[in-house]
Design a protein around this ligand. Structure first.
Ligand SMILES: Cc1cc2nc3c(=O)[nH]c(=O)nc-3n(C[C@H](O)[C@H](O)[C@H](O)COP(=O)(O)OP(=O)(O)OC[C@H]3O[C@@H](n4cnc5c(N)ncnc54)[C@H](O)[C@@H]3O)c2cc1C
Length: 872
């Protein structure tokens, strides 16, 4: 495409779409746009196609996702006509493949090479993008696609003096086409990320001397490269289409069996065997997929990190060098791990030296070489392998102005904000491929690139067929997507590393998680859902019509969504209305499979006298020396199901976190013992425990109550009964998702009555078992109906966004406050009725569990944090 574009100000677009970049993404975008009848040009700064694989020609450059996976899937013929020579192809082979695709589909004719896009401005009057290049041209287009790459802007060296150096300087990210001859040279390599780890062994073989300057050691596992192994080759030969489809829905874009066990589910021997198998597996995922919890549980991660450090120690002869090469200050996998060939063994060569920059930082580069704080090292060549301004670098290096002239750089000053990593509000008709907020660099990029290209072109096609020509993400949609991206990351160990995933490698860059860690399949599902729900979260306009479809595609916490999905897959029976024995058996069966909760100092089962016979209790004693404050706990189960041990994991968690003695009481159940048996038992239990605090190991007078669901109802009612009886003294109440009113018409019931474990039908059947309709307005059944809430102990009321009981809990917190009780309300975003007690299942509720425990500590020490009515 050589003709210059000089469109008039009022003319229509020169082309439908401008695509920036001609790497894997830009090329497929061009192909797909053409296939759908859109006119398009691509603009590429390089002289030819290839993107990453055009620029990164350093020795050892190769992919680290197997080439069978790291290749286009859109053209089945390609899989037949192109045979990869190795499991992980080299850069020349990948570039040859890209060239082959460009030629096969005649893509070069629509690409302007050696041209850089400098700016793009949304013309609000014309609804067009004006794209300016470094050759001074302006190209006017309807849609503007940034296929600019996530790792295409090298990070500037942080060392001074490069210009003074008299030898040669190279950057792995823009390696000379003719290659570099290291023979007889003294070479310094700065950086030990993926590129450094690939290049170092090969440079070491050629150079007279190699000095590696390392700031942060990296985890690397052997690539075990060679011919394409059968397990991959046969997939394409025998079940290509299924395999490619599985990749699209997989965790990271390469379909592999998923683990089912957690690290500490198995003994040490089995753990070691699995890690060892991962080490020998020859893929990055071989290690990460050895257990389910490596990226979420710090202890599990410590186990694999130590295994990998031992591997380094076993390979590297010099123990001091080995230790310097061992990563210790971030969890394995939270910085991009590498695949290597002979990386660690390279440090056993006599011509290789490691300089640990954490001990002796570089002062400057001089004309002779590199000066550290300790010495001057003379060099002939310096190689920078210092990485990229990842994910946002290329997007922000173009001066982008959207609606109202707002600059993308200003909008993203505190970190990128996108909807699905595809679009950003205020920048209509602009799309990013593998942008921040999508799986992107955490996935096999080819799968993610193809997904985005297809989604975008489908969207343009949808606009065209429906008479629209402008599409824009809504602020609500992108804000909530950002929240979801963070929620996913917060469930993992990723935020614990100062990694480029977190923007931490570039000075001054905001520290936020850049890629979506929720997985390729779940991400694709969200994108499909957005479309199926009429482009949810987008405003589509054109032809005088506006389709404003504001909304949120992911509102549940990610682990809650996963739990609900897993339950759905199990096709569990609906027990609402079933005979009580069936409901109880069903609940017990589900409880049997749950994680046990943390260790506590001691468990004691005992009995205490109730109004109609003995009640069983379980006491959870903390590990610390007593005496402790006492929390009387009432389990959930709709007054119908459960016992003193049914919320066992939660009681352990509460005990461990609050350092209080927790006594879980087995009150009588309905329908055998209907209303008001449960609350009478509750009061009797609290009374007896208060009287026997000392012999139980508690501090007399330091007593709080806590209950979940129907247990929250009992705890609330007991506080009133105790106040009226003048005993026992209760210093605080924690009501978790409490039942406070028999009125089932509140919005929470309407919105959340189905699909979130506790259904409206189930709750109705619980009420039917517990209390006849005429008794339900009694404040001992519906404490919200009480007209005299004054003088009750301070309260923490926890509700969950997707709980049918949400609004009655909130109403109770408000009523307590109105009555002058120090009551605090916490509403848990994205959580369901069972979240708070689902210890080690719903990890996203760990923060509220901590908050509950801290509130209880306050109650028991007489310093409640309660006061204002808040929600969080
Ligand atoms: C050494 C290395 C190894 C990698 N290995 C793997 C791997 O094994 N598996 C994997 O999934 N991913 C890997 N990646 C990530 C890799 O970047 C992607 O897989 C993929 O190649 C990205 O393709 P792309 O087209 O999106 O971007 P790129 O290939 O980066 O192409 C973007 C293009 O846009 C051009 N461009 C940018 N801004 C402008 C502008 N303003 N004007 C004009 N042109 C512009 C650039 O010149 C570049 O050519 C690797 C990356 C590197 C650096």
């Amino acid at each position: 495409m050589s003709a210059p574009y000089t469109s008039g100000a009022m003319a229509g677009p020169d082309v439908d779409v401008v695509v920036v970049g001609a790497g894997f993404a830009g090329l497929y975008m061009l192909y797909r746009l053409r296939a759908f009848g859109f006119s398009a040009i691509a603009i590429e700064a390089a002289e030819d196609v290839g993107g990453t694989w055009y620029w990164n020609r350093y020795p050892g450059a190769r992919c680290d996702v197997p080439s069978v996976d790291y290749s286009y899937s859109f053209d089945p013929e390609l899989d037949e006509e192109w045979g990869w020579t190795e499991k992980f192809a080299t850069q020349p082979e990948i570039l040859a493949y890209i060239n082959h695709v460009a030629e096969k589909h005649d893509l070069r004719r629509d690409i302007r090479f050696s041209t850089r896009v400098e700016a793009a401005t949304w013309d609000e009057g014309a609804n067009l993008w004006r794209v300016r290049t470094d050759s001074g041209d302006e190209i006017v287009c309807r849609y503007y696609v940034m296929a600019t790459g996530c790792l295409s802007v090298p990070k500037a060296p942080e060392v001074e003096g490069t210009a003074e150096f008299r030898g040669d300087v190279y950057f792995t990210s823009s390696w000379p086409r003719e290659g570099v001859d290291f023979a007889g040279k003294r070479v310094g390599v700065i950086g030990t990320g993926s590129s450094g780890i690939q290049a170092i062994p090969l440079i070491a073989r050629e150079a007279e001397a190699l000095v590696v300057f390392q700031r942060t050691p990296n985890f690397s596992v052997p690539a075990r490269n060679g011919a394409v192994p059968d397990y991959l080759r046969l997939q394409l030969e025998t079940r290509r289409d299924e395999y490619r489809e599985e990749a699209r829905w997989s965790r990271n874009g390469s379909p592999r069996p998923l683990p089912t066990l957690r690290v500490f589910d198995v003994d040490e021997g089995e753990r070691f065997r699995r890690f060892e198998a991962g080490w020998h597996g020859g893929e990055l995922s071989s290690i990460t997929a050895s257990f389910t919890d490596l990226m979420v549980d710090p202890d599990a991660n410590d186990a694999v990190s130590e295994f990998l450090r031992d591997k380094i120690r076993s390979i590297v002869d010099d123990p001091e060098i080995a230790e310097a090469l061992c990563p210790t200050d971030y969890p394995f996998g939270t910085k991009r791990p590498c695949l290597d060939t002979d990386y660690y063994a390279t440090y056993n060569r006599p011509n290789v030296r490691l300089v640990d920059l954490r001990k002796t930082p570089i002062d400057r580069i001089s004309e002779r070489g590199i000066e550290t704080q300790d010495e001057s090292i003379d060099l002939d060549v310096i190689v920078f392998a210092t990485g990229f301004d990842a994910m946002t670098g290329a997007l922000l290096s173009i001066d982008l102005a959207g609606r109202g002239g707002v600059r993308l750089a200003d909008k993203w000053a505190a970190g990128p904000v996108t909807y699905l990593g595809l679009a950003t509000a205020g920048f209509p008709n602009l799309f990013m491929i593998t942008g921040p907020g999508s799986p992107s660099v955490l996935s096999n990029m080819l799968v993610s690139i193809e997904h985005h290209v297809e989604w975008i072109v489908d969207c343009l096609d949808h606009l065209r067929s429906n008479g629209f020509d402008v599409v824009e993400a809504t602020p609500t949609a992108e804000e909530s997507w950002g929240q979801h991206v963070n929620d996913c990351a917060d469930l993992t160990l990723f935020p614990r590393a100062a990694s480029w995933y977190m923007g931490a490698n570039v000075p001054g860059k905001p520290r936020v998680i850049l890629p979506y860690v929720g997985g390729v399949g779940p991400y694709r599902k969200a994108c499909v859902e957005v479309v199926d729900r009429g482009y949810l979260g987008f405003v589509l306009s054109g032809g005088g019509r506006v389709h404003h479809n504001d909304g949120i595609v992911r509102r549940l916490q990610p682990d809650v969504a996963a739990l609900l999905e897993a339950r759905e897959a199990l096709n569990l029976p609906d027990v609402a209305g079933a005979p009580v024995e069936v409901v109880r058996a069903h609940t017990a069966a589900l409880a049997a499979g749950r994680p046990p909760g943390p260790e506590v100092g001691e468990l004691v089962d005992g009995t205490l006298p109730g109004p109609a016979g003995d009640l069983v209790y379980r006491l959870f004693r903390p590990e610390s020396d007593g005496p402790h404050g006492v929390v009387v706990y009432f389990h959930g189960g709709g007054w119908v199901v459960g016992s003193h041990d049914s919320d066992d994991p939660f009681c352990r968690d509460l005990c461990a976190r609050s350092d209080a003695l927790v006594v879980s009481v087995g009150y009588r159940l309905a329908p055998e013992a209907p209303f008001p048996a449960a609350v009478e038992d509750g009061l009797a239990a609290v009374d007896w425990i208060a009287d026997h605090a000392r012999e139980l190991g508690g501090i007399p007078g330091a007593l709080a109550v806590c209950g979940w669901s129907a247990g929250g109802n009992i705890a609330a009612v007991v506080c009133r009964l105790a106040r009226d009886a003048g005993r026992p003294a209760i210093s605080g109440q924690v009501l978790l998702n409490p039942v406070t009113d028999a009125d089932m018409t509140r919005v929470g019931y309407v919105e959340n009555g189905t699909g979130f474990i506790l259904t409206a039908d189930l709750m109705r059947s619980f009420w039917d078992h517990y209390a006849p309709v005429e008794d339900r307005a009694d404040p001992r059944a519906s404490p919200l109906r009480a007209t005299d809430l004054g003088g009750l102990p301070p309260a923490l009321v926890v509700t969950c966004e997707f709980d049918p009981l949400r609004d009655e809990g909130a109403a109770y917190a408000r009523a307590l406050s109105a009555a002058g009780v120090a009551a605090r309300h916490v509403d848990c975003r994205g959580q369901i009725h069972t979240s708070v007690i689902a210890v080690d299942v719903i990890r996203s509720a760990a923060a509220v569990r901590a908050e509950v425990a801290s509130e209880l500590r306050g109650f028991l020490s007489g310093v409640p944090t309660a006061g204002l009515l808040t929600s969080g």
